[in-house]
Design a protein around this ligand. Structure first.
Ligand code: ADP
Ligand code: MG
Length: 153
């Protein structure tokens, strides 16, 4: 499995990487975000939204679990932290099989509902302003997307 890593030095840089990614995504694509609290998952999602032309402010959907935004295509922003150790299924597959982009914070809590192909992004805290973004593409489409984000066209 190939790895694509990006080191960012501010929240804006993280948003910029996500914005570049957004421009390469197509309807039905799924991006999972893993990383500790404060790693930058929601910040990354803000960049995706920007790239999709969404003007509304994106906030963490921790309590609602899913928020929908409408830009070039729908963006479904999920934060499933609350589902830790729960068997709850709130109809994820419909979102994953739909025509929007799904971005899932803490996706490992709903691993069994994830499609077979998606882009896994792991964010880790290096210091107050530095984060390491690690893209792990699952499947050819995401492999090509990650490749382009990294700039090898
Ligand atoms: P999470 O959703 O993973 O809990 P957030 O995106 O809500 O994390 O919070 C990340 C925090 O870290 C924000 O306050 C952001 O401004 C700050 N930050 C500092 N440097 C970075 C960076 N390089 N990338 C992303 N966020 C950063
Ligand atoms: Mg968050």
């Amino acid at each position: 499995m190939s790895k694509y890593q990006f080191k960012t030095h501010s929240d804006i840089e993280t948003r910029n990487v996500a914005e570049r990614l957004a421009l390469l995504l197509k309807p039905g694509d799924v991006v999972t975000l893993e990383g500790d609290l404060g790693a930058g998952k929601t910040t990354f999602t803000k960049g995706l939204a920007n790239g999709l032309g969404i003007k509304r402010t994106v906030n963490s959907p921790t309590f609602t679990m899913i928020k929908e935004y409408h830009g070039e295509m729908p963006l479904y922003h999920m934060d499933v932290y609350r589902l830790e150790d729960s068997e709850e299924d709130i109809g994820f597959e419909e979102y994953f099989n739909g025509n929007g982009i799904c971005v899932v914070e803490w996706a490992h809590f709903i691993e069994r509902y994830l499609p077979s192909e998606y882009l896994a992004v792991n964010l880790s805290y290096i210091n107050e302003t530095t984060r390491l973004l690690d893209f792990r593409p699952m499947g050819e489409h995401y492999e090509s997307v990650a490749h382009k984000v990294a700039g090898y066209l």
